[in-house]
Design a protein around this ligand. Structure first.
Ligand SMILES: *[C@@H]1O[C@H](CO)[C@@H](O)[C@H](O)[C@H]1NC(C)=O
Ligand SMILES: *[C@@H]1O[C@H](CO)[C@@H](O)[C@H](O)[C@H]1NC(C)=O
Ligand SMILES: *[C@@H]1O[C@H](CO)[C@@H](O)[C@H](O)[C@H]1NC(C)=O
Ligand SMILES: *[C@@H]1O[C@H](CO)[C@@H](O)[C@H](O)[C@H]1NC(C)=O
Ligand SMILES: *[C@@H]1O[C@H](CO)[C@@H](O)[C@H](O)[C@H]1NC(C)=O
Ligand SMILES: *[C@@H]1O[C@H](CO)[C@@H](O)[C@H](O)[C@H]1NC(C)=O
Length: 929
């Protein structure tokens, strides 16, 4: 081949070939899916804070969320098949038969695919599906055609939702028997009667042809919110439908007269944001409702006579209505009422609650955001069963025990974000059952333990002031969770005792933590979740006068946002059970020195999740991640000028299962060029976010160069692979030197034993498999004579004298006129192993390099699927190679061979080589199975 052709090959065709190989690989199995997020939210509950994904149903954790979907089948090939939830956004005009062939464990499917037709067998393999939704979020409406029997295979479907779609092209959709939630939001329903035509088996006896739904007597919930044109109710439109709960939020209700619909047994009705100004008396009267939500309406007055129709209500919400008072008979007219939500109204400044029966059943009362400033004495005394009282966001400045009198069963009291300046001693004395008290956002600077005395079971405490907060003993004895906020400092005064023996959750939001006296040690033997926001990292100092947490034996989750004066010398120790570490810097400054991960993470043996934000990590290298063998999720968020050193390639086989880059700016450097092929074809790892990342050449570079295009444009195409090559050769050299260093008979003996064991194990008769060749032989023209004369005959010698290996030699076995690159890639793929013959000449020849690079590429891209063996013919000058490209892990010792100098060992050597090649091939067979 002419010279020019060769260089053309190496400059343009090699990358193309690699891309082709990668996409071949993608077809079979891949984690990295462009435009998809794949995650396990059980690892990090707060994951959605860092990377966007669709909302899930409770209990589902493993999901894929893909955007820009155009070719559904192609997108799905890149999604792991054991996911529980799948969200797809894009444009797919038709879901054809068997559209989801491999997802038998799927429970939730959310489709935002534009105008769509669903053909009858589209969901046929989704037997476990419980939640299905079609969504379109722009203004109403797109058209959706659903074939009548499309839902039939979904025997376990519980909820079905259409948002922003008109279904008037579809008719006779058969609903699955187990369906309990049906949603048609922002649709173009005009008349409730249309539901009968759409879903004939929704209403049992509406049509004689429809099969009834005897197994499902009730539809739990019908959500028709946002149907702006829905204003008619055909008489008896829903006759016979046994519906528990109906939502008509955001639907103009003026002309809607539900009683005419023929509905039976409605329990719960939601009319949020419908613009009504009066209680919908006719509706409440007709249904004997138990729950009515009238939030965000304009009901400013309630007439006593309207209330008589509400006597059955247990739950009533007037959230955000501008109510100014409640009629005097309010509570006596609602004897069943258990939850009353009056938040965001205008009931203040002095609370006047209507007198009620002392036997009132009210358990939950929400009076937050009502401009209240005075709670009169005995304000709640006729609500003896009250368990939760929400008074957040009012103007209360002074609260006395008298105003809380009579609340014998109160468990939760929320007084956050008021103007509280004083707490009278004993103010909680009438609340013996209190377990949870929220005093965030007060104006208190000192909280004395005796102010918290009274409730014996107080276990959840939230305390906060604007600037400083000093907390004095005695501490409530049974605290399980404690949250404290104050911008400047929080001082804990603990003269004696161990106040936090049972504490499980601790949240502190402050700049400084102080302990008085400062020579004591506080123990947190039960602490599992620790959240620190804005704290100085000294809190973890090992010096006793500063450190607040000497040891946290059962801590599992640490969420720490420090301030800029630096987590750089932060050292976390004494947390043997820590599983989840979220670490970030609130005010990261460019000139702060880089955080040293190796120091930070030195003593966290159980870490499974590591999420790092805004930390100035600088250049990450393999040493940053020592001892993190259990790591399953690594998230790098808001990093600036991040470098991923080429030594990190060593970690590829042990990389965490999930690696996310969110909002990361990389350094434009070719050292990181390995990430491009890795991210596309990462064997064990799902990589998210690289395609969106940009890089910066230096501090003043604001060009926003996409990282991947920088790497492909500026880094020689083979920089990464060259690095592998160097690593190999160096590793080879080192190992060979080591081997040569020990007494020769020792390692020979060792090898021989090894080979013999395997020989017996395999019984000497491995099945001839799909591989065409046993060994692909790569060598240089300069070494050809030796290879053909010596090596080939030795390896091909038939049994019993030899192994009878089938060799592929480019010069001999490639067809005339065949494209050498194609042939080479194909032959390597169809060979069990690749043997590279190395010599000084080999390393300087572009062709030999190329073949070696290809083989190395396979090795890195698919560890375990390709066997590469190296045979070195002579000592090679390695001095120019860089020492940190260590890839020892890629090659096992038994895969290097050094040509013996003396004649005597030649036969021995050939024997070993033959057997190693054969065994290597066998391993590949095994892995391929
Ligand atoms: C999630 O993380 C963010 C940032 O770290 C934090 O502000 C937020 O409170 C967290 N939410 C939960 C539910 O932990
Ligand atoms: C479906 O309803 C929309 C909105 O009312 C209307 O514009 C459209 O013409 C209807 N299509 C059919 C086929 O009835
Ligand atoms: C309530 O029903 C009565 C008759 O049952 C009717 O006269 C009245 O107009 C209805 N009120 C409203 C607000 O629909
Ligand atoms: C009252 O209603 C609002 C709006 O729906 C809600 O956010 C709030 O949690 C409710 N209060 C209680 C105590 O449930
Ligand atoms: C502690 O926090 C975790 C996570 O937020 C929560 O699941 C758990 O219920 C909390 N425990 C207590 C005692 O509050
Ligand atoms: C702390 O210091 C005080 C005096 O400053 C001393 O009385 C006390 O014993 C010390 N406590 C401990 C635990 O060292």
């Amino acid at each position: 081949m002419p010279r020019m052709g060769r260089s053309l090959f190496s400059s343009t065709l090699l990358p193309l070939l690699l891309v082709a190989l990668m996409s071949l690989g993608l077809m079979s199995w891949a984690w990295t899916a462009p435009d998809c997020t794949i995650a396990d939210s059980s690892l990090l509950p707060n994951l959605s804070y860092y990377i966007p994904f669709c909302s899930l149903a409770p209990g589902l954790h493993i999901f894929a969320s893909c955007s820009n979907v155009k070719d559904l089948a192609q997108t799905l090939t890149a999604v792991p098949q054991d996911i529980e939830a799948l969200c797809l956004q894009g444009t797919v005009p038709i879901l054809s038969t068997d559209a989801f062939p491999h997802f038998s464990s799927l429970r939730l499917l959310r489709l935002q695919l534009g105008t769509i037709r669903v053909t009858s067998g589209a969901f046929q393999r989704l037997e476990q599906l419980q939640h299905l939704s079609f969504e379109h979020h722009a203004p109403c409406c797109l058209s959706l055609f659903l074939s009548p029997d499309a839902l039939e295979p979904l025997r376990f479907l519980k909820s079905l939702s259409f948002q922003g779609y008109c279904l008037n092209n579809s008719q006779n959709i058969q609903l699955p028997m187990k369906l309990s939630h049906l949603t048609l939001r922002h649709s173009c329903l005009i008349d409730l009667q249309e539901l009968q035509g759409l879903f004939p088996n929704l209403v049992p006896d509406s049509s004689p042809t429809a099969s009834p739904r005897p197994w499902s007597p009730f539809l739990e919930m019908l959500d028709l919110s946002g149907n702006l044109q829905l204003s008619q109710v055909g008489v008896r439109a829903l006759h016979g439908l046994q519906l528990h709960s109906l939502r008509l939020d955001g639907t103009p209700l003026s002309a809607l007269t539900l009683p005419d619909s023929g509905l039976l047994h409605l329990d719960s009705l939601s009319l949020v944001g419908t613009g009504i100004e009066k209680l919908p008396v006719n509706v409440t009267k007709y249904f004997e409702l138990r729950a009515l939500d009238l939030g965000r309406n304009q009901i400013q007055n309630i007439e006593d006579e309207d209330l008589s129709s509400c006597h059955s209500l247990e739950l009533l919400s007037f959230h955000a209505n501008g109510l100014q008072f409640l009629p005097t008979r309010f509570l006596s007219a609602l004897p069943q009422l258990q939850r009353l939500n009056l938040s965001m109204n205008k009931l203040g400044p002095t609370l006047v609650l209507p007198e009620g029966l002392v036997s009132s059943n009210l358990r939950v009362l929400d009076l937050s955001h009502n401009e209240l400033s005075v709670l009169p004495c005995g304000a709640f005394s006729f609500l003896p069963r009250l368990q939760e009282l929400w008074l957040s966001g009012n103007n209360i400045s002074n609260i006395s025990s008298e105003s809380l009198k009579g609340l014998r069963w109160l468990k939760t009291l929320d007084l956050s974000w008021n103007q509280i300046k004083v707490l009278n001693p004993g103010w909680l004395s009438f609340l013996p059952a209190l377990t949870s008290l929220n005093l965030l956002g007060t104006l208190l600077e000192r909280i004395l333990g005796k102010q918290l005395q009274g409730p014996q079971k107080l276990s959840h405490l939230q305390l906060g002031s604007l600037n400083t907060l000093e907390i004095y003993p005695p501490w409530p004895p049974a605290l399980l969770s404690l949250e404290a906020w104050a911008e400047g400092y929080i001082q804990f005064s603990i003269p004696r005792g161990e106040p936090f023996l049972f504490l499980e959750n601790l949240t502190l939001q402050t700049h400084n933590m102080l302990l008085v006296p400062n020579n004591i040690t506080v123990h947190f033997p039960s602490l599992r979740h620790l959240t620190l926001r804005g704290c100085n990292p000294h809190i973890f100092s090992s010096r006793q006068s500063l450190g607040f947490f000497p040891e946290l034996p059962v801590l599992e989750h640490l969420h720490f946002w420090s301030t800029h004066n630096g987590p750089e010398d932060l050292h976390l120790s004494g947390m043997p059970r820590l599983r989840v570490l979220e670490l970030g810097d609130l005010d990261f400054l460019l000139d702060s020195s880089p955080v040293k991960l190796e120091v930070l993470l030195k003593e966290l043996p159980s870490l499974q999740v590591l999420a790092l934000s805004n930390l100035n990590l600088g250049n990450l290298s393999v040493s940053s991640f020592t001892n993190l063998g259990l790591l399953r999720l690594l998230l790098l968020n808001s990093e600036w000028a991040l470098g991923l050193d080429s030594s990190l390639q060593e970690l590829i086989p042990q990389m965490p299962q999930y690696v996310y880059f969110s909002d990361v700016t990389f350094a434009c450097q070719c050292e990181s060029s390995w990430v491009a092929p890795w991210a596309i074809r990462a064997p064990n790892t799902f990589v998210y976010g690289l395609e969106k990342s940009i890089c910066m050449a230096n501090a003043s570079d604001y060009l926003r160069t996409p990282l991947l295009s920088f790497l492909s444009d500026h880094c020689p195409y083979d920089a990464g692979l060259q690095a592998f090559l160097c690593s190999f050769t160096l590793a080879l050299l080192l190992t060979v030197l080591t081997l040569l260093g020990c007494p020769r008979w020792l390692w020979l003996h060792h090898l021989r034993t090894l080979f013999r064991t395997w020989w017996w194990k395999l019984g000497g008769r491995g099945p001839r498999s799909q591989f065409r060749y046993d060994v692909f032989l790569s060598y240089c023209a300069q070494d050809q004579a030796w290879v053909l004369e010596k090596l080939v005959p030795a390896l091909e010698k038939p049994p019993p004298a030899g192994e009878g290996l089938r060799l592929c030699l480019p010069e001999r076995d490639f067809g005339a006129g065949q494209d050498r690159m194609d042939a080479m890639a194909a032959s390597m793929e169809s060979s069990r192993a690749t043997l590279c013959v190395l010599s000084r000449q080999a390393l300087s020849s572009p062709w030999c390099n190329l073949e070696l690079r290809l083989a190395t590429y396979f090795l890195v891209a698919k560890p375990g699927t390709t066997r590469l063996l190296l045979l070195s013919l002579e000592p090679i000058d390695w001095r120019q190679l860089r020492s940190y490209h260590r890839l020892t892990r890629w090659l096992q010792k038994k895969d290097y061979f050094n040509l013996p100098q003396s004649r005597v060992e030649w036969n021995d050597f050939c024997e070993q080589l033959r057997r190693r090649l054969r065994n290597a091939g066998q391993e590949r067979d095994d892995q391929g199975l």
